[in-house]
Design a protein around this ligand. Structure first.
Ligand code: UD1
Length: 419
């Protein structure tokens, strides 16, 4: 199994080009199932989860081709299977996102209950209840969700608690072809949800309220293929900026949308960094500055993202003082804490709150990646830990970070892959 080796490196400098957002690309790829003519997507990142999604779509009969610029053309005019099998869903929880489009367009779907990152129970009850409210008959049998609808789904008024990103996306994709109007209340406002809604609207859907917590969808009869470019990955950008902060360096991320990182950038400033933005770049300068502790609570967008929690935890582990991080989205999302403790971090956990007492330095150690963002945080810690850090189980990283070693090399990090 691959490992990533990280050697302690004084400082980083330079630019990192940010890829398309994984969490926008996945629902948009699944959304292609709704179109009766071919869709062409650009800025799709090359990641394990994208490959898994393409395999899943291909297994349903969608024709997938790549052009010379690595744009992806997906032709879902003929869909032969309406099933997402266990083998694929178990490697990627987001596979559940085929449920809405399949049920909406074909009136049937069979989708294995998802697995995915081991960060809590992560149920899909809101997805299921929403589709039932639209009239679908849904049974769970032998680990599979079996969904059926005679005729078109019916528009409904659906309120979702707690706020769920993929739940909102799944119901959005179910509703676009429904008969009548669907209102999704307490909808997730993440930029990736808005990107999906813009993609669907370009295909002919009638969704209003984009970027707000109430989405109103007027059902249409059919959707057509379009060309669409996926938004930049705000979490990937934030991860490289966190690395720069920890390494007390100056790094610029390019091809980003700074507006998507609002509160994250504020927290970097609170940590002592100087942040400068242009329309599509962000520069973080932490040279000759001390890391200050930053307390935070994870919450749905536009508040602080759970997907940046692990990276800020490493910053706090090296800051001068005490901080707390409260994780309100996922239980069990502190698995990186015990690994960081092996590197010398001083962190205690009570319930969903971590208390972090900053230490002067960390020490390299063999550590284990436990989920996608936790893995990134261990690499960041390794960049400044004395000696060598070996991050095991890096398949988690490949699910979400494109060309991570190459990108870190470009800014001067000593990091390589071995097995
Ligand atoms: C998405 C992101 C993930 C991010 C998370 C929160 C993708 C592919 N993944 O995950 O990177 O960390 O949003 O920003 O976009 N819940 C229920 N019932 C449901 C659905 C969710 O109770 O039916 C709960 C979950 O257990 C969790 C909370 O809602 O406590 C939020 O989860 P959700 O937003 O659904 O996360 P994902 O969409 O899986």
């Amino acid at each position: 199994m691959d490992k990533i080796v990280v050697d302690c490196q004084g400082s980083l400098s330079g630019k990192v080009e940010i890829s398309g957002a994984k969490n926008a690309a996945l629902p948009i790829l699944m959304g292609c199932l709704l179109a009766e003519t071919p869709v062409t997507l650009s800025n799709v990142p090359h990641l394990m989860d994208v490959t898994t999604t393409i395999q899943l779509l291909a297994s349903m009969g969608v024709e997938v081709e790549f052009d010379e610029r690595l744009n992806i053309e997906l032709d879902a005019s003929v869909v032969t299977s309406k099933e997402a099998p266990y083998e694929l869903v178990t490697t990627m929880r987001a596979s559940i996102l085929v449920l809405g489009p399949l049920l909406g367009r074909f009136g049937e779907a069979k989708v294995s209950l998802p697995g995915g990152c081991a960060i809590g129970s992560r149920p899909v009850d809101i997805h299921i209840k929403g589709m039932q409210a639209m009239g679908a008959d849904i049974q769970v049998e032998e680990g599979y969700i079996l969904a059926k609808m005679n005729g078109r789904l019916q528009g409904a008024d659906i309120s979702m608690t707690p706020v769920t990103v993929t739940g909102t996306e799944n119901l959005l994709m179910a509703a676009v072809l429904a008969e009548g109007t669907t209102t999704l209340r307490n909808a997730a406002r993440e930029p990736e949800v808005t990107d999906l809604a813009e993609f669907l609207n370009k295909m002919g859907a009638k969704i209003s309220g984009l970027g707000t917590s109430t989405l109103v969808i007027e059902g249409v009869e059919s959707l057509k293929g379009v060309e669409y470019s996926v938004i930049p990955d705000r979490i990937e950008a934030g991860t490289y900026l966190a690395a720069a902060a920890v390494a007390k360096s100056k790094v610029t991320v390019t091809k980003v949308n700074p507006e998507h990182l609002g509160i994250v950038l504020e927290k970097f400033e609170e940590a002592g960094a100087e942040i400068t933005c242009t329309e599509d770049t962000i520069t973080l300068d932490m040279r000759d500055r001390d890391l200050k502790p930053v307390s935070l609570v994870t919450d749905p967008y536009p508040l602080f993202p759970t997907d940046m929690q692990a990276q800020f935890l490493v910053m706090n582990a090296l800051a001068d003082g005490v901080s707390t991080i409260q994780e309100t989205i996922f239980e069990n999302r502190f698995m990186h804490v015990s690994e960081l403790a092996r590197m010398g971090a001083d962190i205690s956990i009570e319930g969903n709150t971590a208390t972090i007492r900053g230490v002067k330095s960390l020490k390299g150690a063999p550590v284990m990646a436990t989920d996608l963002r936790a893995s990134a945080s261990l690499i960041i810690a390794g960049l400044v830990a004395e000696g060598q850090t070996v991050v095991n189980r890096v398949y988690h990283i490949d699910r979400g970070y494109e060309l991570i070693e190459e990108k870190f090399h470009k800014i001067g990090a000593h990091i390589y892959r071995t097995n």
